[in-house]
Design a protein around this ligand. Sequence first.
Ligand code: FES
Ligand SMILES: [Fe+2]
Length: 360
Amino acid sequence: MPSFEVDPDISIARTISTDFYTDPGYFEISKEKIFLNSWQFIGSGELAAKKGSCYPFAFLSPFIEEPLLLSRDTKNELHCVSNVCTHRGNLLVKEACELSNIRCRYHGRIFELDGTFRTMPEFKEVKNFPTAEDDLHPVDLFQWGNLLFCSLRNSFTAQSFFSEMMHRVGWLPLEEFRYMPGLSKEYTVHAHWALYCENYLEGFHIPFVHAGLNAVLDFGNYTTELFTNSNLQLGIAKEGEPCFDLPTSSPDYGKNVAAYYFWVFPNMMFNFYPWGLSVNIVKPVSVDETKVSFLTYVWKDSLFDTGAGSDLNTVELEDEEVVEAVQKGVRSRFYNHGRYSVTREQGTHHFHRLIAQYMK
Ligand code: FES
Ligand SMILES: [Fe+2]
């Protein structure tokens, strides 16, 4: 069993052992200990907008290819179930479609849209049939606005991951945010998934790595707040730069917030800008390769690509360059641990502590 220790006191703590980023064994263990216990982002409700809509997807492709199905039944209720037939394991729905029931193409077993077994040819003689095991396995679904998440094990409540974010920006009309496939993108990064995340988790590098972003953010007032399984970096706008028009109900009313950078353990980033939301999903491929999806949800078209939420592609390429260099660095026989800045690396320290805790 791996043993990763990170002292809770940031002023004496050392960063997590580099073995975590370089050892394929720990990479596999992280699947079991971290990702299989996590909540993952499915997308927005538009994926299954109409009664009868079915949308097949994988839990976290390509790391955890568990076949799942999002469906909307005739009562307009959303469900998430296993997309695997309970007879002999055929994949049921192969592409997004509209159905009145789910019929397996192998031997004709039929399920309701909520996954309940309905009928099966040639099964009259089968004893003790059907049972609950013949229904499609239900998967926990969590909905915030029109954003959908699922969990394979429901080891931890969705609230313990999302509640602080939901409370903090709960005034935003998420139902009005529209997914923009043309403005969305996937990047391949030649680095371990955690190196990508920990770069995101500190604004310390902004003045050194991101000249453009640094020009619009007030570095002196950049703050990090830690929650149970998530944290928030609050980007304050420099004088005259675009910021949120916050309602008086917002806990941040009176501040010039340019961006809310919410991170949810282990691999999700929700970046709220005055124009809308950029969701980043970090998807492990191998011990030294990661894919990152940038999913764009626009709220106010006229503000798109302004302020801290502008030219995100340039910011991403700047981050990739440094993260890929670190991937080479962590393989060095002369480097195993570093130390943290107490004032600027609370988010990265929090992330390392969570890794150590989940890997136990
Ligand atoms: S595998 Fe689905 S009916 Fe046989
Ligand atoms: Fe960055």
